[in-house]
Design a protein around this ligand. Structure first.
Ligand SMILES: [Zn+2]
Length: 403
């Protein structure tokens, strides 16, 4: 329009109201300048004609513009406030299509669909990829709420929605318990969001595993070190601090080397008569150990996923706290059990035959290796790194053998 005025294609302007002409007062100033330049005197509007080349006309236009801007600001403020109010009360928002799992009132659960939601959530948390779940739903002719086919994206969106756990979100933040019932628990909801926010963590699970999980202790603060790879992916254990961790953040150690060192120590130790005696005492409790170790490891992973999701603002602090509690309880229960139970069972056939164990070592899976290490070693204290010393420094390590 401005270009047409300048080119002389049009020589007058009709607007419904002067505040429709511009959104910002500064745009009015540009327009006034243009009118003066072109000698454009006839701007007509329903609420009255204005000659923008006169001082009176400009004054009038500025007042009208300022009033209109304030009204429009007030209006959007009011709308925003209203939306927040509705959200904070956990009420449904207007518009949009019927959410999956619920009737068109968005409050009443539709049982057949709710069963699908619960099933998908369970399968996802058990480690099944979203893509395969979506494929399965389509194969079973289980359509979306609009009758269409599921895509991995639409299924991911549905499962990540706080709505299905009975929570009300506003601009991506959970602000209230919803006025409608949830289909899954808020804890599962938070875990799903953490998981979906970080899908590659799940799929690379095997590669992320660490032989000495829970066995290394920071000599500085006494906390257990956790798996914490470098940004380049090189495996490393660290005394983690920050969200979800209570370590000092000072101790790091390269995983490859410490694992090799500890493995050697274990393979050497297997020959000793002490071990044989220790094993005879504890043998009957052995089979349980692996189960508890796996349980502890899974819980630890979930805590890390949650912390990462919170760190990236994918879940709120409230969600994070709520989701963390039951996992921490599981973790500490598993650790307690693990401490009670000896990991010796597997060692049985290897006692006194460290050469055979050495030969078999690489063919054992990680949980078996871990069980063997934990049968021999109570913990390894990891001291501070020597400044400027880049090679593996075994003087940092102080293994504490099982009695
Ligand atoms: Zn520490």
């Amino acid at each position: 329009m401005l270009a047409d005025l300048e080119a002389g294609t049009i020589n007058g302007l009709l607007v419904y109201d002067l505040d429709r002409l511009h959104r910002q007062p500064s745009e009015l100033e540009t327009f006034i300048d243009l009118c003066a330049e072109l000698g454009l005197t006839n701007v007509a509007s329903v609420s009255g004609d204005i000659d923008l080349t006169t001082a009176d006309g400009q004054f009038q236009a500025r007042i009208l513009g300022a009033v209109a801007k304030k009204e429009s600001d007030d209006k959007s403020r009011r709308i925003r406030r209203k939306h927040l109010e509705i959200a904070a009360e956990g009420r449904v928002s207007g518009g949009g299509s019927r959410p999956y799992g619920y009737e068109p009132d968005k409050v009443t659960i539709r049982p057949a669909e709710a069963a699908v939601v619960a099933e998908c959530a369970k399968r996802l948390l058990a480690g099944e990829p979203v893509r395969s779940i979506a494929q399965d739903l389509n194969d079973r002719d289980t359509p979306t709420s609009t009758g269409g086919k599921w895509s991995p994206q639409s299924l991911r969106r549905m499962l990540a929605s706080p709505r299905i756990s009975g929570q009300r979100a506003h601009h991506g933040e959970i602000v209230a318990t919803a006025a409608w019932p949830g289909i899954i628990s808020p804890e599962d909801g938070a875990r799903i969001r953490a998981l979906l926010a970080n899908p590659e963590r799940r799929t690379n699970k095997a590669a992320r595993r660490y032989l000495l999980g829970g066995l290394l202790v920071c000599s500085h603060c006494g906390e257990r070190l956790v798996a914490r790879p470098r940004t380049g992916g090189k495996r490393r254990y660290a005394c983690a601090r920050g969200v979800g961790f209570s370590g000092c953040g000072k101790t790091y150690i390269n995983a490859e080397e410490v694992e090799q060192f500890v493995t050697e120590a274990v393979l050497h130790r297997v020959d000793s008569r002490d071990l044989q005696r220790a094993m005879e005492r504890r043998q009957q409790q052995a089979p349980e150990a692996e189960r508890w170790w796996k349980e502890a490891e899974t819980a630890q992973e979930q805590l890390e996923e949650l912390a990462a999701a919170y760190g990236q603002r994918e879940i709120t602090i409230g969600e994070w706290k709520a989701a963390r509690k039951p996992i921490e309880q599981r973790l500490s229960a598993a650790r307690k059990q693990l401490a009670k139970v000896t990991h010796g069972g597997l060692l049985d056939s290897y006692v006194g035959h460290s050469d055979r164990l050495r030969a078999d070592w690489d063919s054992l899976d990680l949980s078996q290796q871990h069980a063997l290490v934990a049968a021999v070693i109570d913990s390894v204290r990891v001291g501070p790194a020597r400044k400027g010393y880049n090679r593996f420094d075994e003087s940092r390590l102080e293994p504490v053998l099982r009695p």
